[in-house]
Design a protein around this ligand. Structure first.
Ligand code: C2E
Ligand code: CA
Ligand code: CA
Length: 686
C-alpha cells in the first residue's frame, strides 16, 4: 500500500514515532505537531488518511476535524482519531465525523487493522462513486444521442474544437460519428455558411461572463453540400486557457425558416404595395413620409429641404389630352427624379401631380433638379410650354412630422403658383408667421362667427355720370377682440383653403339680403362655393325666404374660378342668371383667362380693377387697353364698373372712355351697413 500517504498528527514525538513504526512499511508518512501544521500539509499534499490526536496545543483535534470536514477539498479524507484510554472523546469524535478511533497506549495489530479497514472501505466507496458516475455519463450519452438535436461541447479559439458531440449533431450534418471525428471534430466552424461565418464566430469569440448565452439562426452546409438553417443555443460554462467552452444545442429549422422567409417575402411585397405608387413605382404618400423620417434620422450631419412640385394646370391637360398623356408626364417626372436623386434623396408621388422630394440643402443641386424636372415635363408634353412650380421648406427640426414639413413646402408653393417670372419659392419666416396666424384663425373662426365678430361693410358704387350711389359691394371685416380690425386679405385666402369661406359667405349673404330694398348690393362668391352641392338652389331659396328681387343680390365671381372648372362654373352661372341674379366678373383683366371667360360666360357686368395698372406708365398702352376693354364690354352688352378709383383724374378718364360706374376711395371707403343705408337715403333725398 505504499502508494498511500498517511498524515500523523500528535504533539508528543513519542506517539508519532510509534505510529510511524507501525505504518512506515506500507505508507508514506507525513507528520504534524498540531492542527495548524496538519491543515497546512493537507492543503499542499495529497493525503489518503489522517491519524489525529485529540488533545493538542494550538489547535486541538476536534477543531482540526471540524475544519477538515467543512473543507470541500478535504472532507472525503478518512480521519481516525487517537485518544487516551477511558476518556469520553471517542463518542464526540465519531459524531463530529471521525471514521474510527484508536486508543493509547497503542496495540499495533488493532491500530493497523482499523486503519486498513477504513482505507479499504473508503477506496470501495470511491470506486462505487466513480462507477456510478460512469454509469450516469453513459446514461447521459445515450439520452443525448436519442434526442433529435445536436448536442456538443466546444472550445472556441480561432476555430471551434469539438470536445464532445452526440449522434444528433452527426445526423444534422449528415455524417457518421467516424466521419464527424475525421472531418469536423478539430474545427466545426467549417460547416458554417460563408455569409453567416463571421457573424456566428464573432458571437462565439466574444468571451463574456460565465452563463453568457448565444442564440442564433444561421445556415450551415451539410456533408453533401446542402445548405440548411439551424437554430443554435450555446451557453458559455467554462473558460479554459482563456478559451470559452460552450455547451451547444443545435436544431434543424430549415422548414420553419423557409416558411418564415416566404412570409417575409410576402410581407415585403405587401409593404411595397403599401409604400409605392403603382404608376411610377416611386414612393407614395405613406412611403415618402416613412422613408423621409428614417432618412433624416440616419443623415443627421447635414441640412435638408422638402421640395414639393406642381405641374401647371395638370387637371386641364388630363381632361383635354387624356389620361395617357397625363400618366406619361407623371412617369417622366418620376424617371427624372430617379435619375438625378437616387441614393441622395427621398422622393415620391403623394397623389395626382403632387410630388415631393427630401434632398440636401444645396442651392445648385436644388436648382439643377428643378431645371431637370422642368425639362422632363416639357419633353413629355410637347403641345404646350407647361410650367412646373416648386415650393421649398428648409428643414429646421428633423423630428417634425413629415406631413407638416410637406404642408410648409406646399405653402411656399402656393405663393408662386400662376406667377410668370418665378417658378419656385422658399418657406421663410414671413410664411412661418402666416402659418402660426392661420393656426390661430383656425381655432377662433367658429366662435368668431357665432359671437358676431364678422361685420359686413359696404363700399358704395357710384354712377360716373351723376356721382350718385347706384349700388354697393359687401366686404367683410373681422373685429377681433385682441387684434382689432383684420382685413379680409389676411383671412379670406386661408378660409378658402380650409373651407370656412362657405359658412362665412352664407352669413354675409344672409346679412345683406336682410337690408336689400331698392339699391343692389354685390357679394363676393368664392370659387369654392361652385363646388358646394346645391349652391344655386340655396341662393334662390335665400332670396325667396326674404322676398327679395334676385336682381338686387349681385354675385361677383373672379375669373380664377373659371380656370378651375369652366364647365361647372358656366352651368351654375347660367342657372343663376335665368333665376334673375346679376353676375359680375370681378378683377377682370388680372388673369389670363379673361377673354375666354368673356366669350363663354353669360355675365352682366365686368369690374376693372385700377390697382392692376402699374400707374407709372405714361398713360400710353395701359390706357389704351383699358379703353378697349370698356368698349368691348359695351359692344357685347355688358356694363363696366371701375374699382379702385383714387383720383379725380382717373375718374374723369374712365368717364370719357364710356365706363358707367365707379368704386373707390375717391368716392367712399367701405363703411358699416347702417352708414351705407343712410348714405343711400341721403342721395335719394338730394
Ligand atoms: P375685391 O372683391 O376686389 O374687393 C375690392 C377691394 O378693394 C376691397 O378690399 C376694397 O376695400 C378695396 N378698395 C376699394 N376702393 C379702393 C381704392 O380706392 N384703393 C385701394 N387700394 N383699394 C380699394 P378689401 O375689403 O380689403 O377686400 C379684399 C378682397 O377680399 C376682396 O377683393 C375680395 O376678393 C375679398 N373679400 C372681401 N370680403 C369678402 C367676402 O365677404 N367674401 C369673399 N368671398 N371674399 C371677400
Ligand atoms: Ca369683389
Ligand atoms: Ca375686385
Amino acid at each position: 500500500m505504499a502508494e498511500h500517504t498517511m498524515l500523523l498528527v500528535d504533539d508528543v514525538d513519542m506517539n508519532l514515532e510509534i505510529l510511524e513504526t507501525i505504518f512506515e512499511e506500507h505508507f508514506r508518512i507525513l507528520k504534524a505537531h498540531n492542527g495548524i501544521e496538519a491543515l497546512d500539509i493537507l492543503k499542499h499534499d495529497k493525503v489518503d488518511i489522517v491519524i489525529l490526536d485529540i488533545v493538542m496545543p494550538v489547535m486541538d483535534g476536534f477543531e482540526t476535524l471540524e475544519r477538515i470536514r467543512s473543507d470541500k477539498a478535504l472532507m472525503d479524507i478518512p480521519v481516525v482519531v487517537s485518544t487516551a484510554e477511558g476518556g469520553e472523546n471517542e463518542e464526540r469524535a465519531l459524531i463530529d465525523g471521525a471514521d474510527d478511533f484508536i486508543v493509547k497506549p497503542y496495540s499495533p495489530v488493532v491500530v493497523y487493522k482499523r486503519v486498513e479497514n477504513i482505507l479499504v472501505k473508503h477506496v470501495l466507496e470511491q470506486q462505487k462513486l466513480r462507477d456510478a458516475l460512469v454509469e450516469s455519463k453513459e446514461e447521459y450519452n445515450s439520452l443525448a444521442d436519442s434526442v433529435s438535436g445536436g448536442i456538443s461541447v466546444w472550445k472556441v479559439t480561432d476555430k471551434v474544437e469539438v470536445l464532445y458531440f452526440n449522434d444528433g449533431l452527426c445526423e444534422i450534418i449528415g455524417c457518421t460519428r467516424d466521419e464527424f471525428s475525421a472531418l469536423y471534430k478539430d474545427d466545426l466552424s467549417r460547416i458554417l455558411h460563408p455569409d453567416d461565418y463571421k457573424n456566428v464566430m464573432d458571437k462565439l469569440r466574444r468571451t463574456k461572463e460565465l452563463g453568457y448565452k448565444i442564440n442564433s439562426v444561421h445556415r450551415i452546409r451539410k456533408k453533401n453540400g446542402e445548405v440548411i438553417w439551424v437554430n443554435l443555443t450555446a451557453v458559455l460554462y467554462k473558460i479554459e486557457d482563456g478559451a470559452p467552452i460552450y455547451r451547444a444545442v443545435e436544431v434543424d429549422v430549415t422548414e420553419s425558416k423557409n416558411n418564415e422567409l416566404l412570409i417575409e417575402q410576402q410581407n415585403q411585397e405587401l409593404s411595397h404595395a403599401l409604400e409605392y405608387d403603382s404608376l411610377t413605382d416611386i414612393y407614395n404618400w405613406r412611403g415618402f413620409c416613412n422613408r423621409t423620417a428614417i432618412f433624416l434620422q440616419e443623415h443627421d450631419y447635414r441640412d435638408y429641404v422638402i421640395m414639393k412640385l406642381d405641374i401647371e394646370r395638370f387637371k386641364v391637360i388630363n381632361e383635354l389630352y387624356g389620361m395617357a398623356i397625363g400618366d406619361k408626364i407623371l412617369c417622366a417626372v418620376a424617371e427624372c427624379m430617379e435619375k438625378c436623386l437616387k441614393g441622395a434623396a427621398v422622393y415620391g408621388r403623394l397623389d395626382a401631380d403632387n410630388f415631393a422630394i427630401c434632398m440636401p440643402d444645396d442651392k445648385t443641386y436644388i436648382a439643377d433638379v428643378r431645371e431637370a424636372i422642368q425639362s422632363s415635363v416639357r419633353a413629355a408634353f410637347i403641345y404646350h410650354n407647361t410650367k412646373v412650380y416648386f415650393g421649398i421648406y428648409p428643414i429646421t427640426d428633423k423630428n417634425m412630422p413629415v406631413d407638416l414639413m410637406c404642408d410648409r413646402a406646399t405653402l411656399a408653393l402656393e405663393t408662386v403658383k400662376g406667377q410668370y417670372s418665378r417658378n419656385y419659392a422658399v418657406f421663410d419666416e414671413k410664411l412661418h408667421q402666416k402659418v402660426l396666424l392661420e393656426q390661430e384663425f383656425n381655432n377662433e373662426m367658429d366662435w368668431a362667427l357665432k359671437t358676431g365678430q364678422f361685420h359686413v361693410y359696404i363700399q358704395p358704387v357710384v354712377s360716373l355720370d351723376t356721382g350718385k350711389i347706384v349700388s354697393g359691394e359687401a366686404l367683410i371685416r373681422w373685429f377681433h377682440p385682441e387684434k382689432g380690425i383684420i382685413s379680409p386679405g389676411d383671412f379670406i385666402p386661408f378660409f378658402e383653403r380650409n373651407g370656412f369661406i362657405v359658412k362665412l359667405d352664407a352669413y354675409i349673404r344672409e346679412e345683406v339680403v336682410k337690408i336689400l330694398e331698392k339699391t343692389p348690393v354685390s357679394v363676393n362668391i368664392s370659387r369654392l362655393e361652385f363646388y358646394a352641392p346645391e349652391f344655386s338652389k340655396n341662393l334662390i331659396a335665400l332670396v325667396e325666404k326674404h322676398h327679395v328681387d334676385p336682381s338686387l343680390l349681385r354675385l361677383e365671381i373672379t375669373e380664377s374660378a373659371y380656370m378651375d372648372d369652366p364647365e361647372q362654373l358656366l352651368r351654375e352661372m347660367d342657372i343663376l342668371r335665368r333665376s334673375g341674379f346679376k353676375i359680375l366678373i370681378d378683377d377682370f383683366g388680372s388673369g389670363y383667362s379673361s377673354l375666354n371667360m368673356l366669350k363663354d360666360a353669360s355675365a352682366d357686368i365686368i369690374k376693372l380693377d385700377m390697382k392692376f395698372l402699374s400707374g407709372n406708365d405714361s398713360y400710353g398702352r395701359e390706357k389704351n387697353i383699358l379703353a378697349s376693354m370698356v368698349r368691348m364690354a359695351r359692344e357685347i352688352g355688358m356694363e363696366t364698373v371701375a374699382e379702385g378709383i383714387e383720383t379725380e383724374e382717373q375718374a374723369a378718364f374712365l368717364k370719357k372712355m364710356g365706363c358707367e360706374y365707379g368704386q373707390g376711395y375717391y368716392y367712399a371707403k367701405p363703411m358699416p351697413l347702417e352708414e351705407f343705408l343712410k348714405k343711400v337715403e341721403d342721395t335719394r333725398l338730394n
